[in-house]
Design a protein. Structure first.
Length: 515
């Protein structure tokens, strides 16, 4: 009997050792029943509430459709899933494939086990969530913080202390006070983060400061200027998380303010009430509805211009002008050149018409693409044939080793080790074959060059019809261009523009630059 072992842990009371122990006990169980363990599947630190986010379990299910094993050994049924729906579906799928489940606690699993254990596991999850929530509320009322670390504080890691205790990080606290004071005095967030970056102050995640780290999301209370902990108040239960049954991932949902829990922690206050109120008053004025509802019109090249110095996207900073977003948001780029959107659009369209549409260039590009496509297809077929042959060789070796093992010849442990190595190599090759099944080069349309010329003509025509038709021009243009690289030059010369197409058949390496 060929067996697979599955192990999983997720809660804070378990660690990597838990998986080692589960596997060891499962091996002992398998040996007592003369099972041959073919492979071990595992998922570490992943919840059992869903099967969709567990690569180990998903791989086990995929392998169960073949003849790799015919029994799964696991510590208990809830290792596979605690969801009633998931465990029932798992059982049906495995039964269909002729694979049974055996657990250390109950032995062979039947429909009765699935029904009873599934219900018990679902109740366990609900009870665990309620207990966790009660525990977190208790910690909040005791002045503890059940969430992650906020900038300006350190987590107390002492076994004798109750979890959630924080202490003030003096150096970070000074930066927080500096940010609040500068903002209260009228300095903008971009100027503040620019000063911090120039002074070499590391951001909350260790990198550069960005304006979003200050502004955050007022509704969710994140962002330094919105964090009430700095005025000595813990805010708990702003949001809850529900699991999306379609993806298995948690989705945040905002709770009404009436359900929030606030707790004073004066020992953690960094900002006095007067400064806090001044900052929030300024935030309310600057972040009013008129700013949230004002949307800039989308331009022809919106999102396509990239800074050659840092890779940042050029964004609109004021009517008709664009600049590097990295410079704009964090002052962390040396490219200070601002470009006029209308001029860039005109230069790009002229470049498309005069350079990329030159008949000899287009014809040469099409022929080069066809030759390269033929070469790649030949290589692709040869590689797949070689890998298919290797898989067949491995299958023959595995059959030979299994026959030897069943006949009682050779050392069982050595043979099992050899089989595991061969199966790992077989899995690797099969994965590569599956990944490359659609990797053949894209076929070039017979009239690619003419279609390309037609699209550019459509852009010109659409632009002459006004704002409504310009949306059509944007769509067409994005089919032709991947990005446009903006390189600063010495003033008063215009910036250099390099148009990079997204269809290799219509571009050549020596395409003239547009600037």
């Amino acid at each position: 009997m060929r067996a697979a072992i599955y192990a999983r842990f997720s809660s804070d009371l378990q660690d990597e050792r838990s998986i080692i122990d589960q596997v060891a006990l499962a091996r002992k169980y398998a040996e007592s029943r003369s099972f041959i363990v073919i492979e071990v599947y595992q998922d570490a630190a992943i919840s059992g509430a869903s099967t969709l986010n567990r690569p180990g379990l998903l791989r086990l299910l995929a392998d169960s459709s073949g003849t790799k094993f015919n029994v799964i050994v696991t510590e208990s049924l809830d290792r596979l899933s605690r969801s009633q729906a998931d465990i029932a579906a798992l059982y049906e799928t495995l039964t269909f494939h002729g694979t049974r489940i055996e657990t250390l606690a109950d032995g062979a699993v039947s429909e009765i086990h699935v029904g009873l254990k599934g219900t018990m596991s679902a109740l366990f999850l609900k009870d665990l969530a309620q207990k966790t929530r009660r525990g977190q509320i208790g910690r909040v009322k005791a002045g503890r913080i059940p969430g992650g670390k906020s900038y300006g504080y350190d987590i107390v890691k002492d076994a004798s202390e109750e979890r959630g205790r924080r202490t003030i990080n003096d150096s970070e606290a000074e930066i927080v006070r500096r940010i609040f004071l500068l903002y209260a005095e009228g300095k903008g967030p971009l100027a503040i983060v620019g000063d911090l970056n120039r002074d070499g102050v590391a951001g909350p995640r260790g990198g550069r400061w960005n304006a979003s780290a200050l502004l955050g999301n007022p509704k969710r209370g994140n962002g330094i200027l919105n964090n009430e902990l700095y005025r000595g108040i813990i805010v708990y239960n702003r949001q809850r998380f529900v699991k999306d049954p379609a993806t298995g991932k948690r989705v945040a949902r905002e709770n009404p303010e009436t359900e929030w829990l606030r707790q004073d922690v004066p020992e953690l206050r960094l900002i006095d009430t007067e400064i806090w109120d001044r900052v929030q008053g300024r935030r309310a004025v600057r972040g009013g509805p008129q700013l949230h509802h004002r949307r800039r019109p989308r331009r022809l090249l919106s999102g396509l211009l990239k800074c050659s110095c840092c890779g940042g996207t050029y964004t609109v900073v004021r009517e008709e002008y664009m600049r590097c977003s990295t410079l704009q948001n964090s002052k962390a780029c040396t490219n200070t050149r601002t470009v006029k959107t209308g001029e860039v659009e005109s230069r790009v369209l002229v470049a498309l018409r005069n350079h990329l549409l030159a008949p000899d260039i287009v014809a040469e590009a099409v022929e080069t693409y066809r030759q390269e496509r033929q070469r790649l297809q030949t290589e692709h077929r040869k590689k797949r044939n070689d890998m298919t042959r290797d898989v067949a060789i491995i299958e023959r070796k595995l059959k030979t080793l299994l026959d030897v093992l069943l006949d009682g010849g050779g050392d069982p442990r050595t043979i099992r080790h050899q089989m595991l190595e061969l199966e790992a190599e077989q899995d690797r090759i099969n994965a590569e074959l599956a990944a490359g099944s659609d990797a053949s080069p894209v076929a070039l349309h017979p009239q690619a060059a003419e279609r390309y010329r037609s699209k550019v003509a459509q852009i010109h025509e659409a632009l002459t019809k006004g704002d409504v038709a310009s949306r059509e021009a944007i769509t067409i243009l994005r089919e032709l261009i991947d990005h446009i690289l903006v390189t600063p030059t010495e003033r008063p010369a215009p910036v250099e523009l390099r148009v990079v197409g997204n269809l290799a058949a219509l571009l050549v390496e020596n395409t003239p630059r547009t600037g």
